[in-house]
Design a protein around this ligand. Structure first.
Ligand SMILES: *Cc1c(COP(=O)(O)O)cnc(C)c1O
Length: 357
């Protein structure tokens, strides 16, 4: 069997959720969209069921997958419905629903539901993707109330730069939110992972942690609270071939690496078809039998090459960790010009192997 695999530590997931909740000092919806950032939404939701106040996903397809697996906790659709016909399913499966646009308001006004909806009314406080303009927010709230179709409205918004700890933008967005919601007596949901970890003064009755549940920091620099997270995924494989090259020999496609000295090259069963980033340059960190080393040459579809020159004990069959507790996904992401979110979401083809302890 090909040795590439992703180990998923569900105990670490629960630890990170508890940390999120402790920081929130309030309820927290575990964000398990995009197949729990590549960690397997059903297994992750099952592991958190009982602890989590609820879950959040991007769309109804993801929510129905969780309901089909027996998840009965609240599930919020972060983008609401994409067409009005989804309202019947939202009703049937008792889902919570973001409303971010006028046409969604209209659809709710015109629908006939068995049960009144739990709606999260989204304000565009400055990210400028989705949400109501501040000037239209109160009117949207009143229309929802007047529709008679809702049982509860949570006021929500989303930060664009909470991962930049010295940036004033989050406080500006908070001020826009506070002004837009003036006088509305309702619960509030503002904090994603970077806001939970780095912005303790931002109020939120319902936080929405995503990346931190999976144990990766959303910040580029070291941050005290983020250091308490435990990585959930370990992406690993083994050395399947070894080459001893003299100086001056190229390795891999495009000869992107040329040995400067006699070099021992390990070929590892891991490639971009598994989700390892093709853009990871020579020097990107890996652990080989627990010892730090580096990628050399270009990452190909099914294989990549690592430097064994300074690891005399390493060879055929050596275990290579690409990210996990020994090599942080955030460091790999930085080297490869991306973010840990994308590294995790891209993981595919490798089996996900779950452990509780
Ligand atoms: C994805 C998402 C989150 C989670 O963000 P993280 O940075 O992963 O914590 C929270 N809120 C909304 C609206 C999202 O789309």
């Amino acid at each position: 069997m090909r040795p590439a695999r992703a180990l998923i530590d569900l105990q670490a997931l629960r630890h990170n959720y508890q940390l999120a909740r402790e920081l929130a000092g309030a309820r927290a919806l575990a964000v398990v969209k995009a197949d729990a950032y590549g960690h397997g939404a059903v297994r992750c939701a099952q592991a958190l069921q009982g602890d989590a106040d609820g879950f959040a996903v991007a769309c109804i397809e993801e929510a129905l997958q969780l309901r089909a697996a027996g998840i009965t906790a609240p599930i919020l659709l972060l983008e609401g419905f994409f067409e009005a016909s989804e309202l019947a399913l939202i009703d049937e499966h008792d889902l919570w629903c973001v409303v971010h646009a006028e046409w969604q308001l209209e659809a709710i006004e015109q629908t006939n539901l068995k049960r009144p909806l739990n709606v999260w009314l989204k304000l565009d406080s400055g990210m400028h993707r989705v949400g109501f303009h501040p000037a239209d927010y109160q009117a949207a709230y009143r229309r929802l109330l007047a529709s008679g179709k809702v049982v509860k409205i949570v006021l929500m918004s989303h930060f664009s730069r909470a991962d930049e700890l010295d940036c004033p933008r989050s406080n500006e967005q908070l001020a826009v939110f506070q002004q837009a919601r003036e006088g509305l007596a309702a619960e509030v949901s503002l904090r994603n992972s970077p806001a939970l970890l780095g912005w303790p003064s931002i109020p939120s009755d319902w936080s929405r942690p995503g990346i931190m549940l999976y144990g990766a920091t959303p910040f580029e620099q070291a941050q005290e609270v983020a250091a308490r997270l435990q990585p959930v995924m370990t992406l690993e494989s083994r050395v399947i071939s070894v080459r001893d090259l003299p100086a001056g020999e190229p390795v891999g496609y495009g000869a992107r690496f040329v040995s400067e000295r006699a070099t021992r090259v390990g070929v590892v069963a891991m490639g971009y078809a598994d989700g390892y980033p093709r853009h990871a340059p020579t020097g990107t960190p890996v652990l080989i039998d627990g010892q730090p080393s580096r990628i050399i040459g270009r990452v190909s579809m099914d294989m990549l090459t690592v430097d064994l020159s300074d690891l005399p004990g390493a060879g055929l069959g050596s275990r290579v960790e690409f990210w996990g507790r020994g090599v942080l996904a955030s460091d790999v992401a930085l080297a490869a010009g991306t973010i840990p979110y994308q590294l995790f979401c891209n993981v595919r083809r490798v089996p996900l192997i779950y452990s509780e302890a």
